[in-house]
Design a binder for this molecule. Sequence first.
Ligand SMILES: *Cc1c(COP(=O)(O)O)cnc(C)c1O
Length: 354
Amino acid sequence: MPRPIQAHINPNALESNLRVARRAAPSARIMAVIKAEGYGHGLTRVAEALSAADGFALLDIQDAVRLRENGFRQTILLLEGAFNAEDLALVAGHDLACVIHSAWQIALLDAYPGKSSLDVWLKVNSGMNRLGFTPQQAAQAMEQLCRHRAVRSITLMTHFANADEARGIAEPLALFNDFAAPYRVARSLANSAALLRYPETHGDWVRPGLMLYGASPFAEVSAQQLGLQPAMTLRSRIIAVQELRAGDEVGYGALFRAEHPMRIGIVACGYADGYPRHAPSGTPVLVDGQRTQTLGRVSMDMLYADLSRLPQAGVGSSVTLWGEGLPVEEVARAAETVSYELMCALAARVPVVV
Ligand SMILES: *Cc1c(COP(=O)(O)O)cnc(C)c1O
């Protein structure tokens, strides 16, 4: 048999999660965020499953061009915009849209020879302080863009830092709305968390990412409660079993020590597959569909599963690292990270099965 690890991608789950987004934001167009290879699920695969979306947002211009060449006719937005003059030529030539987040990108527009050919999304920094013009700076940028010969259309956008947290969106939303009030252009504000929780942020375009992949953006609400289905299930198998005596230790650094005799399974999945090395003993894992836990330190290609309460499990038993039956959020929480990082980290060496 080949090494048994596989990532199962479920296109029906992606489609179904897109419908959840539509029902939650019925008046907005949906820009599916497919950056980072569709959050690790595979760019083309995801775009095909989400072809009912009104737009796609990503970073890499070659990926954007590839989508166009594959026949996708939707709006395709570059979330970090253009980096140089060649990018702008591709943006115009392939009918892409680009974020303008900094003054240097307006200078790029100034140097661009084309006329009325670019759809730009002006990014307003409403408090996250990552990309975008502060409302004060954005007024001037807006003035430049409104009369810019190269610009065909303008959309105003912002991004929230705390839509998934108790802090919420009230402050940045007020800042953005105050700024946007005088302009009659389309608006886009909401990520998954804002889409699901704050209808007042929906505007003309919502930009869900995480929820489309079937993970919950909220610590206290599960994906299942939101009606979302996991699109990625990472599966492998047990390839060896060790019988431990009391006092035996497990793995690099001997981080786990058996208190009493027990069986452990060696799972063909390690950090080189994208499993978080920092997942401690006790991180949930399914063996033959039964919940158990990891033990010891994750190594490059393998990790350890506790079989003490699973006497029937052994070599060949199926293992679910996350996905169907084990929400990726739970694994992320145990490893003190977020589901985004786990999904994106899926390694290229892991075979994908659809
Ligand atoms: C990644 C991203 C999103 C999607 O966020 P989710 O939390 O995954 O829904 C939306 N907008 C911007 C600007 C982003 O960078």
